[in-house]
Design a protein around this ligand. Structure first.
Ligand code: ACM
Length: 750
């Protein structure tokens, strides 16, 4: 009888070169020996031990480190002259002698170890069972030197333990830079002994809105910072996984917390509160000598704590209104012979950068000043987030001689929500899908070969205004980090969405084994329901990535890989509970079941998240208060414009309407200027045909203004709606800056 075939390799990121043999496999089972050979023995031994631990933790196989010269099933060998591309590269050879990782450095051995761990967790692996690994050779090395995740610990901070988990998971995606954003308007989170008020004052803000759920009450401030010991712990842990922690001290904007601690750092002489809003704060550092001395002192401490060659000094979103209004700053600008405040920011950045360069470090910063037509020090690495689906700012940076890291907000800002599903988590607009992340343009269009060489990497951003918990961080980061991993590591010729999608089930199974709470948004079924004949319903299913097979049940049971596959729109009778999940070809559940009950309310009601916005702008998704006994609601809201459209609503002669709403704290800073105020009083209005059409109902909000959480309001319709389809417009009157109304659901009844 033929032995069962070894599963095909399923690796992520896709290696540079794969050469599977036509036959043959190695069996790895409990007790298999892991050996270490060659140079750099201690580091390679540590890499091998980490590998053994990871395999035990995740796959349940207990491998054993060699104690003497015994033959090993898996060997790590570092040879400085190994024929391997790049210091971070490696070869994995699987043949009759076993599995051998060869690299020039322990860093390469680490990445080889990650690949072997993936070989030991192939599609369909069972915990603890022996694994067959197909013979062949993998020759691999990274495409880019900078493969980064930015973590914003300013808006909401994460525990040291959670940051370590994130670093471990990054390293398993072969990422190597944690861009750690530790200063913000909303919190200064890095202990600087020379300036104790930075953390004594600057690390605390009033607990506004949902922050009070974290602190236990609105009267308890939201506080947190990292001590020197915390930083050393994180840096050391990251180094063991070949991740550099690049700190970001954001200057001269995003500095309101620093000015709250030391008002002399500012321009106005006044002391602001640590900010409780999101957005762009007007508080800027004063670009004078006293501030520059402060910045040098802070950076000296940063350089003591962080061995990274790179240090970010930010430079984004420095709103110049305070500088423009200050005679002192105006005089400084003129004295320096500068034409405008953007040039003054460039001057300031040059001074700060010079201090880093003097100490052998390399400054990193955002592309904002280039976008504004000013310059940055040529040695500064530019993180390019501007462009709006166009890489013009990145291209300008390359043409000015900068090394560039591509981090386009449209596709690589992982705080953006990733689907329009009713159960999608909160995040700013617009949607950034898994596919969009995968399809990110990493070499600007129009770049010459020489310019392209200066694109040193890619970076995703985890900005945490709306991410109060590590569960939310995980939902936002995974699996989009898998897409980033492939952008950063795999050669351009390996870019293949279908191949990526085929390799995802094995990767998601590894996520489960690692305990990662990932999003299934790209694969989850979405329901479109319309009326069919005789009171039945027509249901159309789709999933965003168009990957996998959606399978359904109508008897209330959870769908399995054997359940009916969805092929074309279904016609189902009323009172059916339709349950749908998405499965990969091998039966792996790509998306957990979603349920849609089909009854009269499915046509007469809509969740707010299924409505359009009156501005036609994509909505943001905002969290509501968590009810005691139910999931936290998430609302689709056009911030500053509480107005929704329900096109072609079939109301079948409805006579009543009920809406469920919640009033959210206004925390949207500079977005206030775009707020749309409709009348003075506080009510919801429902109009037919257009927002100025006949008033169907008005629902006074007086009782809801002070309520915590959701409130339901009901009214009889003022005029008959008829039986045909009507466009509906639903809005709240009043000023959104006094409280942003969100619409959970609108439901008509007869
Ligand atoms: C940024 O997103 N403000 C860099």
């Amino acid at each position: 009888m033929a032995a069962p075939a070894a599963p095909a390799w399923s690796l992520l990121p896709q290696p540079a070169t794969l050469s599977p043999a036509s036959s043959g496999a190695v069996d790895i089972a409990d007790g298999a020996v892991v050996g270490v050979q060659g140079a750099d023995h201690d580091s390679t031994q540590a890499v091998a031990q980490q590998f053994v631990q990871r395999v035990a933790d995740t796959s349940g196989l207990h491998l054993r480190m060699a104690t003497g010269g015994e033959p090993a099933a898996i060997t790590f060998e570092v040879k400085q002259d190994a024929n391997v591309a790049d210091d971070a590269g490696y070869h994995v050879t699987v043949d009759n002698h076993g599995i051998r990782v060869t690299a020039r450095t322990s860093r390469g051995a680490f990445y080889g170890g990650v690949t072997v761990w993936q070989l030991l967790t192939p599609p369909g692996w069972t915990r603890g069972a022996p694994v067959k690994v197909a013979h062949g050779v993998i020759a691999d090395h990274p495409r880019f030197a900078w493969r980064a995740l930015l973590l914003d610990s300013g808006r909401h901070y994460q525990s040291v333990a959670d940051i370590k988990r994130l670093i471990e998971w990054m390293s398993l995606h072969k990422l190597n830079v944690l861009l750690w954003h530790v200063t913000e308007d909303q919190g200064w989170r890095l202990e600087i002994p020379k300036y104790p008020a930075l953390t004594r004052v600057g690390a605390c803000r009033q607990a506004v809105g949902l922050d009070s759920e974290l602190t236990g009450g609105a009267d308890r401030p939201y506080c947190g910072y990292y001590t020197e010991a915390d930083v050393r712990d994180i840096v050391h842990y990251a180094a063991e996984r070949y991740v550099d922690v690049v700190p970001e001290i954001d200057l001269p904007g995003h500095s309101q917390a620093a000015i709250a601690a030391y008002p002399w750092l500012g321009v106005t002489g006044k002391r602001p509160a640590v900010w409780t809003d999101w957005g762009v704060s007007p508080w800027l550092l004063n670009p004078n000598e006293k501030t520059l001395q402060f910045v040098d002192d802070v950076l000296d401490e940063v350089m003591r704590l962080f061995p990274s060659r790179y240090i970010s000094i930010g430079g984004d979103e420095a709103d110049k209104q305070q500088w423009n209004a200050s005679p002192e700053v105006q005089a400084q600008m003129r004295k320096l012979g500068l034409a405008n405040m953007d040039q003054l920011q460039s001057w300031f950045t040059n001074r700060v950068a010079a201090h880093l360069i003097e100490h052998g470090r390399r400054p990193v910063g955002w592309d904002d000043e280039l976008d504004a037509g000013a310059t940055l020090p040529t040695s500064e690495v530019v993180m390019s987030w501007h462009g709006d689906h166009d890489e013009r700012v990145a291209l300008a940076a390359l043409r000015q001689g900068h090394d560039v890291v591509m981090t386009p907000q449209e596709s690589l800002y992982f705080d953006h929500y990733q689907s329009d599903l009713p159960d999608e988590w909160a995040g700013p607009s617009p949607v950034a899908t898994l596919r969009e992340a995968y399809d990110t343009v990493v070499i600007p269009h129009g770049a010459s070969a020489a310019e392209a060489q200066r694109v040193i990497g890619v970076q995703s951003g985890l900005w945490t205004e709306q991410m109060r918990t590590f569960a939310h961080d995980q939902h936002a980061v995974f699996p989009r980090l898998a897409a980033l991993s492939e952008l950063g590591w795999s050669p351009e010729r390996a870019r293949d969405w279908n191949g990526f999608a085929q390799r995802l089930p094995a990767e998601l199974a590894r996520y489960r084994a690692l305990g990662i709470d990932y999003a299934d948004s790209a694969f989850a079924p979405a329901f479109t329901i319309t009326a069919a004949d005789n009171g039945a319903f027509r249901v159309e299913l789709s999933n965003q990535a168009a990957v996998g097979t959606m399978r359904y049940t109508t008897d209330g049971s959870a769908p399995t890989p054997q359940s009916s596959p969805y092929a074309r729109p279904l016609t189902l009778p009323g009172k059916t509970a339709l349950r749908v999940a998405t499965f990969a070809q091998d039966g792996f559940e790509l998306a957990a079941p979603r349920t849609q009950v089909l009854d009269e309310t499915s046509l007469l009601g809509r969740d707010g998240s299924a409505l359009g916005t009156c501005s036609k702008q994509p909505p943001s998704r905002l969290d509501g208060a968590k009810p005691m006994d139910a999931a936290r609601p998430v609302y689709a809201v056009d911030i500053g414009n509480a107005c929704w459209l329900w096109p072609q609503a079939s109301l079948h002669g409805a006579r009543h309407v009920a809406i469920t709403v919640e009033r959210l704290a206004w925390r949207f800073g500079d977005e206030a200027r775009d707020a749309v105020v409709r009348g003075a009083s506080n009510q919801f209005e429902i109009h037919a045909d257009s927002c100025k059409g006949p008033l169907l109902a008005s629902l006074p909000l007086a009782s809801a203004v002070q309520a915590k959480g959701q409130v339901q309001l009901e009214a009889a319709l003022a005029v008959p709606v008829g039986t045909g389809a009507r466009n509906l417009c639903v809005f709240a009157t009043g000023d959104p800056r006094d409280g942003q109304w969100a619409l959970a659901r609108i439901a008509f009844s007869k």
